[in-house]
Structures are given as C-alpha cells and as structure tokens.
Design a protein around this ligand. Structure first.
Ligand SMILES: C[S@@+](CC[C@H](N)C(=O)[O-])C[C@H]1O[C@@H](n2cnc3c(N)ncnc32)[C@H](O)[C@@H]1O
Length: 260
C-alpha cells in the first residue's frame, strides 16, 4: 500500500493526528514491508538514471518514512534520508543503518549541499496545498547539482484517482502481526483532496489483539499543476508514464531536470 495517513491542518500536516508515523510507528514495517518494494525501487532507479545528466551516485530522499524504497535504492546510491517524523526515521535506521538520516520538512529543508538525484515517493501525498507542492519542488531544486534530476511519484493525480479499498499486512519475526483495511474516497471531486481511512488490527506477541483507526486527507493535483510547480522551481519538467509499476495504476511519475 502507498501513502497511509495524513491530516490537513494549517501546516498541511498535523503530526499529532498521525498515529502510524508517531505512536504506532513501531508497526510500520508490518503494514508495508521492505521486501515488497524491490520491483518498484528498480523502476525509480531506472527513471532517475535516465533523467540525470552525468554520474548518479548520491540520492536525497524527501519523506523517506520507514526507508522501504531506500533499502533497495542504497544498492545503487549513497542515500541521505529525510523525514518530518523522528519515529519514522528511527524505523528506517533499523533497516538502513548505513544511511544518513536527517529530520526535516520537505517544504523547508535546506542542507546546504547538493546531490545527483532527489527522490520523493508517496510522502508527497501529504502536501495538500499547491503552494506546499511548489515549496517541495524548490527544496528539490536547491539540493540538486546542475544536470541532476528529481523524481516525484504521487499515488494519484486528479486525472487518475479512483475510489477503492485495499487490505494487507504482515507477520513479524518478533511474533507480532498486523492486518489493515484501507478505504479511499473522494467526497468532493472539485477540490484537491481525497480522504483515507485505515483500520489496523494489531496482534501482540502474547496473542492480545487491539484495533486502531487513522483518518487523513491527502492531496490531489492535476497533471498541469504538477508540471507547472516543477517549472516554477526552475526545472525542465515532464511526466514519465513508462516508469510507474503496473500494480499502482493511479501512480504517475514526474521528472524535473535541473538545467546543466
Ligand atoms: C508512507 S511514509 C513513506 C514511506 C516511504 N515511501 C518508504 O519507502 O518507506 C510517508 C512519510 O511521509 C512523511 N511526511 C509527511 N509529510 C512530510 C513533509 N512535509 N516533509 C517530510 N516528510 C513528510 C511522514 O512523516 C511519513 O514518514
């Protein structure tokens, strides 16, 4: 699954309401496991390689979460992983101890150094305002060397959105298990938001079971809005329909290349 949870507050993201990224973060890899990302990470690697002019050795990820994609991308890149949530960075460190981890908001992060490529996966869905998307594009631009490229992979754009349900989960080596039901809806097709409810069934190692719920609003932007946000930041921008994994029909890939 992609992009669970989020909340639309004044800042576009209210951590207080994000249970999976705060008090439930220790369950994240049982909701969505690193091994499930091998195929799609290869697509992102290929997309970044095609887009980047010159060597592609260093990668900055914005919103790296539990580090599932990074656990594969680190075979090809030296990865710097950034996220708003310290709890999620802690989860990522458990599977990516060799990667640099830094706390930061993709709209405002400024590390004062550049990378060959920038990668923004499903964390971008938590940007619910067009101005936030534009700010994230500027962050990517500021962290790329000339000729470098960014790849954004939103779960949906306005044109590809479909309501639906999904379920899944994993059994952990520590005896804990998680199963979830995800329900995705779009109450108002005229705005730039969709709604996600998630119910988690959490089984502890001692067999006790509890049920938790999360609800969030996520961002939905039109193709032209994506392209415009990237161009406004200074990128040569394009959509790459060929890169998205087949199992995510709503996902679209946007590439920005920083002029050499
Ligand atoms: C679904 S997780 C990302 C998982 C990641 N794609 C992976 O491969 O493991 C979404 C993450 O987005 C982060 N996030 C949401 N808004 C953010 C922002 N404005 N800046 C940085 N990270 C953000 C959350 O803290 C959360 O860790």
């Amino acid at each position: 699954m992609h992009g669970p949870l989020g909340s639309h507050g004044e800042a576009g993201y209210d951590r207080a309401l994000m249970r999976l990224y705060s008090d439930l973060a220790g369950w994240f890899h049982l909701l969505t496991a690193p091994e499930d990302y091998a195929v799609e990470a290869t697509h992102y690697w290929q997309g970044l390689l095609d887009a980047c002019d010159g060597p592609a050795e260093t990668l900055l990820e914005l919103g790296s979460g539990g580090g599932n994609n990074a656990s594969h991308l680190k075979r090809w890149f030296t990865c710097t992983l950034t996220d708003l949530s310290p709890e999620m960075l802690a989860q990522s460190r458990t599977i990516n101890p060799e990667c640099e981890h830094i706390e930061g908001d993709m709209r405002t992060l400024r590390l004062g150094r550049t990378f060959d490529v920038v990668f923004v996966h499903d964390a971008v869905v938590y940007l619910t305002e067009l101005d936030d998307l534009r700010a994230a594009a500027v962050t990517a631009f500021e962290h790329l060397r000339p000729g470098g490229a960014v790849l954004f992979a939103p779960d949906y754009i306005r044109e590809t959105f479909e309501p639906g349900t999904d379920h899944g989960g994993h059994d952990g080596a520590d005896g804990r298990s998680l199963r979830y039901l995800e329900w995705v809806r779009d109450p108002d097709p005229d705005d730039s938001l969709y709604e996600v409810d998630l119910v988690y069934v959490l089984r502890e190692a001692d067999g006790s079971v509890r049920v938790e719920h999360d609800h969030c609003l996520e961002g939905l932007f039109r193709r032209e809005e994506w392209i415009e946000a990237l161009r406004a930041a200074g990128f040569e921008a394009e959509e790459r329909p060929g890169v998205e994994p087949e199992e995510f029909p709503g996902q679209r890939i946007f590439i920005g290349r920083k002029p050499a």
